[in-house]
Design a protein around this ligand. Structure first.
Ligand code: FRU
Length: 488
């Protein structure tokens, strides 16, 4: 009954604003975005019964109200998604302030969600409950009658205790969950369960309360713990990490630790913390394994506490990334667009052996606001080269991705991208005399995969709709270029 009331409120809000949202130029053409309102973390990503299902943190009433529902989409190919009815609304005593993030598993053939029920009282005190909801038809989810399955946090931690990610290993269910110690250091805890309902704490996987990770903030959100190509990887979002040169420049971070997980003690014997994305907006990724054994990631192209966007006045905010496939090379996570992205390709254009001669070069038909572009650059001596996207006539507007050969840094510059947030992000990249950039441009986003997924830069940009030019440039030397382009 209370579900129905909340659903009505949400569907009314969708009805009221959906036209305004759809008329907004910045509406994305092939990225998942909310029908109206606010989207944040992807949740419950799963390949089940021949379909991919994905849920997302959804505030249909944004900006008036911020209670999280779970929106729901499904797909057979990871690129064409169908909206389904809202899966969860914050109707019960243990989730009055939101059905927060969580994950999905196939429990004996039953589609099962595990998520955090968030409760806040009028003075801001928080309660946190881990809850289960199940579905027989993959559309309607019923909350477990004995929810919550975990009441608040274990001793030594605060009520910032959320975002359960569940998986099966051997005969047992495991769960990793983000939290904060009472000394306000971020950490992730491992639990196990024989039956998915009764959970036992094993221990800390890793934490900012250790010498090695003391710089890693006051809270870890949205952990994923999985094995990729024989390595155990903890991917999580530490909050409160201080900027160090080119690293950790966003308001909140997302990265990983890699090693071997001891399932008995819960400990990961990790190496360095590495950022997963080098761009501006990337957070709370959710990872699943599909029936082909692929490790698939989808992330939020947004950050907590970053709401400056021209789309807010049109009743919506944020979107998700495209789906990426993960692998490991040289002890690093490699991310590449899933193969299925090719289904979106239209009108291929190719140029080979183009020479950029210390100038600005435009190529016929290489332009637009929704495309895929693969550029293979090679050079001997040059100081800098790159691509200016979404340029207007006098180049007062442009988004620049370039390689600084002398400093061996790849740079994304959105200082002149148009409306909203500005800035520069860089990452170290060795000069090998060649560089591959694989770009996905949408009306208000850019994702750049570097050297077949060694690095990725993800960002929202808000250029004018007439800013559709693409210019290639080099300084102090020549660069050879092969190009493949598709409209999307
Ligand atoms: C991360 C996060 C999660 C939480 C959710 C609430 O963006 O803060 O920790 O579950 O968003 O919407």
């Amino acid at each position: 009954m209370r579900d129905e009331k909340l659903l009505n409120i949400a569907y009314k809000a969708i009805e009221k604003s959906k036209e305004k949202v759809s008329k907004d130029y910045y509406t994305l053409k092939y990225h998942l975005m909310p029908p109206v309102g606010f989207i944040n973390d992807p949740n419950g990503f799963i390949n089940i019964k021949g379909e991919y299902h994905l849920f997302y943190q959804f505030n249909p009433l944004y900006p008036e109200d911020k209670k999280a529902y779970w929106g729901h989409v499904k797909s057979t190919d990871l690129v064409n998604w169908q909206q389904l009815p809202i899966a969860l609304c914050p109707s019960e005593w243990y989730e009055t302030h939101g059905c927060y993030s969580g994950s999905a598993v196939n429990y004996k053939g039953i589609f099962t969600l595990m998520y955090t029920g968030n409760v806040k009282d009028s003075s801001g005190n928080r309660e946190t409950y881990q809850c289960i909801a199940q579905s027989n038809d993959g559309v309607n989810f019923i909350k477990y009658e004995n929810n919550p399955v975990i009441y608040n946090q274990p001793e030594g931690y605060t009520r910032h205790f959320r975002d359960p990610k569940v998986w099966k290993y051997g005969d047992m269910w495991y769960m990793v969950i983000g939290t904060q110690t009472v000394k306000e250091q971020g950490t992730a805890l491992l639990y196990n369960s024989k039956d998915l309902f009764d959970w036992k704490l094993i221990g800390e996987v890793a934490g900012a309360n250790t010498d090695k990770l003391s710089f890693l903030g006051y809270m870890w959100e949205c952990p994923n713990l999985l094995n990729i190509d024989g390595k155990d990887v903890l991917i999580f979002c530490p909050q409160g990490v201080e900027k160090q040169g080119d690293l950790y420049n966003n308001r909140h971070q997302c990265g990983y630790l890699m090693g071997n997980l001891d399932y008995e003690t819960g400990k990961l014997d990790y190496g360095d913390f590495v950022e997963l994305d080098r761009g501006f907006e990337f957070y709370a990724p959710q990872i699943t394994e599909d029936n082909k054994g692929r490790k698939l990631l989808i992330g939020w192209m947004g950050l907590p506490d970053e709401e400056e966007s021209p789309t807010v006045k049109n009743g919506w905010l944020h979107c998700l990334t495209i789906v990426r496939e993960l692998s490991i090379k040289n002890h690093r996570i490699i991310q590449n667009p899933v193969e299925e992205m090719k289904l979106l390709r239209k009108n291929r254009i190719e140029y080979n052996n183009i020479e950029i001669k210390s100038d600005n070069l435009k190529l016929d038909k290489i332009n637009g606001d929704s495309y895929e572009l693969i550029c293979d650059f090679s050079w001997d001596i040059v100081s800098k080269f790159g691509i200016k996207f979404r340029c207007n006539k006098d180049c007062s507007e442009e988004t620049v991705l370039y390689y600084d050969v002398e400093k061996e840094k790849l740079v994304l510059d959105r200082d002149k991208s148009g409306l909203s947030l500005k800035g520069i992000r860089k990452c170290k990249l060795k000069n090998h005399g060649n560089l591959k950039l694989h770009i996905f441009m949408d009306t208000s986003s850019i994702e750049a995969f570097v050297n077949d997924g060694e690095e990725v830069f993800t960002a929202r940009i808000y250029p004018d709709k007439d800013s559709s030019g693409v210019t290639f440039f080099s300084e102090d030397g020549n660069v050879k270029l092969d190009i493949q382009y598709w409209e999307l």
